[in-house]
Ligand binder design. Structure first.
Ligand SMILES: *Cc1c(COP(=O)(O)O)cnc(C)c1O
Length: 406
């Protein structure tokens, strides 16, 4: 039995929603693979992937199956009880990474909140209250809670909400000397995105991450990798730390982990995990059976040699065509990134205009993202079909041509 729903339009957003977002003019209503349809039945190719979330595109059969089976079985019990999907997911993550322990939550910000609290707790227990300083990087993004905007290196997200969390400093990204100058025995943690996602798709240098690892060890500080955007196959390795060969003490994951169902995870070692003893931290929904059942299905598809190799091949397909589009149109000067997290760096004449390019792309029927005002970002499904890549980039090429010829 279907219940008649009241019709809604984009204009309703401005009437009934808090105005903290500025969504596109159309409303997506259905998706399949890398294609999305809007209210008018118009079809678009999705290279935005819900901001690096829809790792297997829309309505992947394995995820629909996992979600509906779990929906008919058990939705939620709270953490007063554990549940089978959570334990299975933890086993999969522990088996596939450096980690020995998992903590589940509902978003990237919450995963980072847990990571930062754990780092401070470890230092407090082992060395006392003096050792609480966190070093993060300029332009980094770690989420929107007060702790995570305070650690994030973009004051526009943290200013204007009263006193910030203190004991946090920011050093330039990929600058080992700056980190070396800032780190001390008061440092409890250094937090790095292996690829800065939101602020322009900037990959770390291998030597930078290796140097950060060494400095942390010298100062008894923990190395935290925020892999909320880079994790779960995005780079062609399950996690980007594996691509770089530098192992953190704490890793955070979210976005692609649920393939569109909200879930976050903090991964760490047994030795560190024990500092979050009973009662020290928690969440009502975290590790919910629905979310964990879907995440298990995501990992089963993504963490295979075929899928991971496919991501590297698709990277080359995107990069070659995008470089050509950049040269022909003069729109961008560089295509950077790893795996299926790709950034096109706008030429000087187009600096600040990433949003205009998104809008032009949408008019041609392809959804892309920006990463700051100067970079157009692609974060498509990790299993996007080659035919969809070709068709989507043909549409993007038309958008670029129209923009630069007018
Ligand atoms: C998206 C993102 C976050 C925040 O995740 P939410 O699920 O929006 O809270 C944190 N860190 C990085 C690197 C991200 O890309």
């Amino acid at each position: 039995m279907s219940v008649e729903q009241a019709p809604v339009q984009r204009a309703d957003f401005d009437q009934v929603m808090v105005p903290n977002y500025s969504p596109a003019a159309f409303i997506p209503v259905r998706g399949e693979g890398s294609r999305v349809w809007d209210q008018s039945g118009r079809e678009l190719i999705d290279f935005a992937g819900g901001i690096a979330v829809n790792a297997l595109g829309h309505c992947h059969p394995a995820l629909v199956k996992a979600l509906t089976e779990q929906a008919n079985t058990l939705w939620h019990v709270s953490n007063v009880f554990t549940n089978e999907p959570a334990l299975r997911l933890a086993h999969k993550l522990v088996d596939a990474t450096f980690a020995e322990r998992a903590f589940f939550c509902n978003s990237g910000a919450e995963a980072n909140e847990a990571a930062f609290k754990l780092a401070r707790r470890v230092a407090h227990d082992r060395f006392g209250p003096e050792k609480h300083e966190i070093i993060a990087t300029v332009n980094s993004f770690h989420g929107r809670t007060l702790f995570t905007v305070s650690v994030g290196g973009q004051p526009k997200y943290s200013d204007g909400f009263g006193p910030k969390i203190t004991g946090i400093s920011h050093v330039p990204y990929n600058d080992l000397e700056a980190l070396k100058a800032q780190i001390s025995d008061k440092t409890c943690a250094v937090v790095i995105e292996p690829i800065q996602g939101e602020s322009g798709v900037v990959p770390a240098d291998k030597a930078y991450l290796e140097g950060a690892r060494k400095l942390c060890d010298e100062h008894n500080a923990l190395l935290i990798f925020d892999e909320v955007q880079t994790g779960v196959g995005r780079t062609g390795s399950l996690y980007a730390y594996q691509h770089y060969g530098v192992t953190p003490d704490i890793l955070t994951s979210a976005k692609s982990l649920g393939g569109g169902f909200p879930i976050g995870a903090m991964l760490t070692t047994t030795d560190l995990a024990k500092h979050l003893a009973v009662g020290t931290h928690g969440t009502t929904y975290g590790g919910n059976p629905l979310a964990c059942a879907v995440a298990c299905a995501v990992l089963d598809v993504v963490n295979t040699p075929e899928t991971l190799a496919g991501i590297k091949a698709k990277h080359e397909r995107f990069k070659a065509r995008l470089e050509k589009i950049g040269q022909q149109s003069g729109l961008f000067t560089q295509v950077r990134g790893v795996g299926l997290l790709i950034g096109c760096v706008l030429a000087d004449a187009w600096k600040g205009k990433a949003k205009d390019i998104l809008n032009a792309a949408e008019k041609e029927g392809v959804m892309v993202l920006q990463a700051g005002p100067d970079v157009v970002r692609f974060a498509p499904s990790l299993v996007v079909e080659d035919a969809d890549i070709d068709e989507g980039l043909a549409r993007f090429e038309r958008a670029a041509a129209k923009l630069t010829q007018s």
